[in-house]
Design a binder for this molecule. Structure first.
Ligand code: VG1
Ligand code: CO
Length: 642
């Protein structure tokens, strides 16, 4: 037999039943025919007649479904710029014809066709409204772009940390992932959808890639899709095989929790935690806020660690998160906050010893003790201070620690005391990845309820809960039959006594007019170099606040690859170590959100027990005056205070 290379031909498959299927693609390269033979996909007899190749399948099974690829013309959409963590927009925007397609194709193009061809991609998310449709669209586009296989968590569910874990190690490694989530933003037909791409290290795409994606969205003219590919049943575990112009294409649906549970068991001492959870003195409560955390909670907390089923709240993932904000903070995690004795009403029931919540995609966490709130900035510092003793994964020491710029300096103090490498990066998890890949950082965190480690390249809500349970289990090891357990509050107060306390609060002004927000920031940039003027405003507002000694706009140079990220927030540093930070959110889907971060360090043990809003009131007043908040936004009060 002699075939010309890249010869025009048609392919026929004869089923054993006698029926016949054929590709309608008119161009099939002979290399592909040879590949089929090499891959041993059945017994093929190849004949050629007048430039047409015939493939006769002599095997008994025909399992391959054959698809063709279409090039669909399209035009760019405005505003497809990935923010702090992917592209987030209202569902109404995402469902427009070609909208999602344009973004996915722009991503493929940014990754380059060579990298996409033959790739293994993970596609899943927090299960929010529109996810199931999006999974099918991305499968069809992956097939058309020459991806070799797509891995999907059952029902399209995988938490963001689980995606990171799956990319890094699910038997073999994957090339990357599309994560379908808008995190803590609400879901449903009138709410938010989101998509982001993670790289082969399991972490969010760096700015070099997200910038390229955005550039591509501005010029895109066509996308590739296998429109005729039947929808894959993502509710059933199993593999479906297809064949296309680039060769074989498989979709594998797998259990959403197994890989992640295995990873957690390799990090923590589950036996020790189990002992704590089974102690009658210890009571526990976890709220998934109807996010994807629920898909892991039962397996880990109940099946593996023996917690009561009744200790799980809102653990059934829902497309609309039950109508709430899946945001684990004191404002939105209402049910948990009430249960922990931090709400307005007093039910008279004794709150649990420990409570935790995670967000829509289960990468954030909130840690609560009985009638006690742990700030995320304190949480990461306390985990870092106790990790080596309490968590087997860290027993040989920490490589370093890192926090995002607006996060309080509680971690800095721990790093200094323990002689650890320390890094301050811009907001967003993508900046931690390089440090971790380079072996420079083991534990990191953000003030926005994000905590994690180098076990993956995303923050990890369930990991944080297990870290705290490990610390509690370790501190109570010899104490489970004693009178009183060491509580969350005891651990935090002990930490403050050792390292000092960072009073901390964040004010969010959500969905303000984008123009007003920009002007407010521009006004402060102008103010920055004029320390005298700044201090006149400070003294005018609160004579009891110390003076501003420096003001700047945060800029980060990545110590690993040298890349520079500018305009990452405006900072005012005070003589007594206090700090104000202003930045615009990069995760909102409408208007602008201004975040104001306020921090004050107190070393004097007699002054560490104050209520934080009261302790910070003078600095808040100064911040509002300096920024002319009300003048620029028309807002007399923030939307959320954490
Ligand atoms: C917010 C937080 C930031 C976090 C990001 C993504 O970003 O401040 O710390 O990394 O959300 O978290 P911004 O730009 O709105 O301040 V998640 O849980 O949405 O992936
Ligand atoms: Co999230």
């Amino acid at each position: 037999m002699s075939f010309g290379y890249e010869q025009v031909c048609r392919l026929f498959y004869f089923h054993s039943t006698g029926s016949m299927a054929f590709t309608t693609a008119s161009v099939i390269t002979i290399t592909w025919v040879v590949q089929i033979k090499k891959r041993n996909l059945g017994h093929f007899l190849i004949r050629q007649r007048r430039g047409i190749a015939f493939l006769f399948d002599l095997s008994n099974e025909v399992t391959k479904m054959v698809f063709e690829v279409s090039k669909v013309p399209t035009t760019p959409f405005d505003g497809q710029k990935p923010g702090t963590s992917g592209l987030r927009k209202k569902v109404k925007v995402f469902v427009q014809p070609h909208y999602l397609h344009n973004f996915v194709q722009s991503t493929f193009n940014a990754l380059t066709p060579e990298k996409v061809r033959g790739a293994t991609l993970v596609v899943s998310g927090d299960g929010r409204y529109f996810s199931k449709d999006a999974v099918q669209i991305i499968i069809k586009m992956s097939a058309a772009n020459g991806v070799r296989r797509v891995w999907v968590g059952q029902n399209g569910l995988l938490s963001t940390p689980a995606v990171s874990a799956v990319i890094r190690e699910r038997g073999s490694k994957a090339t990357g992932a599309f994560i379908l989530t808008a995190s803590h933003n609400p879901g449903g037909p009138n709410e938010d959808f989101g998509i982001k791409y993670n790289m082969e290290n399991g972490g969010p795409a760096p700015e070099a890639i997200t910038d390229k994606i955005f550039e591509n969205t501005k010029t895109i003219k066509e996308y590739l899709i296998a429109e005729g590919l039947p929808n894959v049943d993502i509710s059933a575990i199993g593999v479906t095989n297809f064949t296309g112009p680039e060769g074989q294409f498989d979709v594998e649906v797998f259990d959403s929790a197994s890989d992640f549970v295995k990873l957690m068991k390799s990090i923590f001492d589950f036996e020790l935690i189990r002992k704590l959870l089974s102690s009658p003195k210890f009571t526990f409560c976890y709220d998934a806020l109807h996010g994807v955390g629920g898909a892991y909670a039962n397996r880990i907390f109940v099946e593996e660690l023996g917690a009561q089923k009744s200790s799980l709240l809102n653990c059934v993932p829902k497309e609309d998160f039950g109508g709430g904000h899946p945001d684990p903070n004191l404002t939105y995690a209402k049910e948990l906050v009430e249960r922990m004795g931090l709400g307005k009403s007093n039910s008279g029931v004794e709150p649990p010893e420990f409570g935790a919540a995670s967000d829509g995609d289960a990468d954030r966490n909130m840690i609560l003790g009985k009638r006690f709130f742990v700030t995320p900035s304190d949480s990461v510092a306390i985990i870092a201070a106790n990790a080596v003793n309490a968590i087997p994964y860290f027993s040989s020491g920490l490589k370093g620690v890192a926090r995002s710029m607006p996060t309080s300096a509680a971690l800095d103090v721990v790093a200094k005391n323990l002689g650890l490498k320390f890094f301050e990066v811009p907001t967003g998890w993508k900046f931690f990845g390089n440090l971790m890949d380079a072996g420079m950082c083991s534990i990191c965190g953000e003030e926005s309820f994000g905590t994690g480690s180098d076990h993956i390249r995303e923050k990890d809500g369930i990991w944080a809960v297990l870290a705290w349970l490990s610390i509690l289990a370790y501190k109570n090891k010899e104490n489970l039959s004693g009178d009183k357990l060491v509580s969350v509050e005891d651990i935090v107060r002990q930490h403050w006594a050792t390292y000092g306390r960072h009073y901390y609060t964040r004010y969010d002004y959500e969905n303000v007019d984008a123009g007003g927000a920009k002007d407010l920031m521009a006004n402060m940039v102008k103010l920055m170099p004029t320390l005298n003027e700044i201090n006149t405003i400070v003294k005018g507002a609160r004579p009891d606040v110390s003076k501003v000694v420096n003001a700047d706009e945060f800029e980060y140079k990545d110590p690993v690859d040298g890349s520079v990220s500018k305009n990452q927030g405006i900072r005012f540093f005070f003589e007594d170590g206090s700090r104000l930070v202003f930045r615009l959110s990069g995760t909102g889907s409408e208007g602008a959100t201004i975040r104001l971060y306020i921090e004050q360090y107190e070393k004097d043990p007699s002054k560490i027990g104050r209520e934080s809003q009261e302790a910070l009131a003078p600095l808040v007043e100064v911040a509002l005056k300096l920024s002319k908040m009300q003048e620029f936004t028309g807002r007399a009060a923030p939307t959320v205070i954490t």
